[in-house]
Write a new protein. Structure first.
Length: 311
C-alpha cells in the first residue's frame, strides 16, 4: 500500500528554494543542546595531554563557535598521520562523542607510532540545532571542494592542507538515523525542488568505502572490530544499503571526491566513513560511541600494520 507524502512545510513543490525559503527554514531552527558544555569544554580539558588548536570560527557566531582540533603534543615529521573527523553533520552525535572518547581513552597508546589530528565537531552550529545542514541550508558533507560554500568544510580543508600528502588513514565518523528519512531527505528534496523518493534506513552499522580507491581488506578489518560492539547492517531486498549495492558485509562505496565528501580531503591510502545507527532499540548512546571508538582503533591499527612501502 502506498503512503501519502505530506508536502514539506517550506517552499512550493518542484521549485528550488531561494533566499526567502532559506530564511523561513532558519527561523524554524532552535538551540537544543550546548556546544560549549558538550564539546568545547571537554576538548579544552584535554589540553593538559594534547595540543588543542583553533583552526577557525564560524562568522555567524564567531565567539560561540570556535572550530577546535586536537593534535599529538609531540609531533614527529618522520611519522605518518592519522586524521579523525566527527560532527561534519552536527546531528550525528556519536561521531562527536566517539571522537572525544577515543582521544581521552586511547590516543596515548599511539604515541610514537602515528601523529594524530582529530577534529571532533566540524559543524558546531549544526550540533546545537541537531541538524544536518549549516545555517545557510548547505550540507557540509557535500562541500569539500575548492571554493566551498560551507565555512565548516573550507576551514577543515585549510587545517589539513599542510599534512594532506602525509595522511596514512582518515576515518570520518557519521550516523544514519531515522530522522534522515523523516526530516532531512524530505528537506533536501524540497530545497532542491525535486520529488522525495522514500528509502529504507538500515538497522545497524555500515561503512562507506572510496569507490575510486577501494580497500576491501581495510574495510572488513573495521567491520570485524565493530561487530563485537554493535549490529552490522544487512542489505535490503535489493541487495543495497541506502540505495547503493552492498559490496561486502556492511560496506558500500561512493565516489568520495566527486561528491565532495569529507573523506576525500586527503590522498590517504586508507579512508572510510562510518555510519552508526543510534535509533535501534538495542543500541544505547554508550554503545554507539563505543562502535565509533572501535572503528577508529581498528582503522589506525590496520593502516599501521599495512603501511604502504615507498619505492
Amino acid at each position: 500500500m502506498s503512503t501519502i507524502q505530506v508536502p514539506y512545510p517550506i517552499g512550493a513543490p518542484g521549485v528550488p528554494w531561494g533566499q526567502a525559503e532559506v530564511i523561513a527554514w532558519l527561523s524554524r531552527q532552535a538551540v537544543k543542546r550546548s556546544y560549549q558544555a558538550d564539546v568545547r569544554r571537554p576538548i579544552e580539558a584535554l589540553g593538559s595531554r594534547y595540543e588543542v588548536v583553533q583552526y577557525g570560527r564560524l562568522d555567524y557566531h564567531p565567539d560561540k563557535y570556535p572550530l577546535l582540533a586536537i593534535k599529538s603534543r609531540v609531533w614527529r615529521d618522520t611519522l605518518p598521520c592519522a586524521l579523525v573527523t566527527g560532527g561534519v553533520h552536527g546531528y550525528e552525535t556519536s561521531g562527536v562523542h566517539g571522537a572525544l572518547q577515543f582521544v581521552d581513552r586511547h590516543a596515548a597508546s599511539y604515541d610514537g607510532k602515528v601523529n594524530l589530528l582529530i577534529a571532533p565537531c566540524v559543524s558546531p552550529w549544526a550540533y546545537e540545532m541537531i541538524h544536518r545542514w549549516n545555517m545557510h541550508a548547505v550540507d557540509p558533507n557535500r562541500s569539500f571542494r575548492d571554493d566551498s560554500p560551507a565555512q565548516e568544510s573550507a576551514a577543515l580543508m585549510r587545517l589539513v592542507a599542510p599534512i594532506r600528502d602525509r595522511v596514512l588513514v582518515h576515518i570520518d565518523l557519521h550516523e544514519t538515523t531515522d530522522s534522515d528519512e523523516s526530516e532531512f531527505r524530505p528537506a533536501l528534496a524540497a530545497r532542491d525542488g525535486v520529488v522525495h523518493e522514500p528509502g529504507e534506513i538500515p538497522d545497524g552499522f555500515y561503512l562507506v568505502d572510496d569507490g575510486e580507491n577501494p580497500q576491501p581488506a581495510f574495510q572488513q578489518a573495521v567491520i570485524s572490530a565493530v561487530a563485537k560492539v554493535t549490529r552490522i547492517a544487512s542489505a535490503d531486498r535489493h541487495g543495497q544499503i541506502i540505495g547503493s549495492p552492498m559490496v561486502a558485509p556492511g560496506v558500500i562505496r561512493y565516489p568520495l571526491k566527486q561528491l565532495g565528501l569529507c573523506a576525500s580531503i586527503t590522498d590517504a591510502p586508507y579512508k572510510t566513513t562510518t555510519e552508526v545507527y543510534p535509533d535501534s532499540p538495542s543500541a544505547t548512546p554508550e554503545q554507539c560511541n563505543a562502535a565509533q571508538v572501535a572503528a577508529v582503533r581498528a582503522a589506525i591499527d590496520f593502516a599501521l600494520e599495512h603501511r604502504p612501502t615507498v619505492p
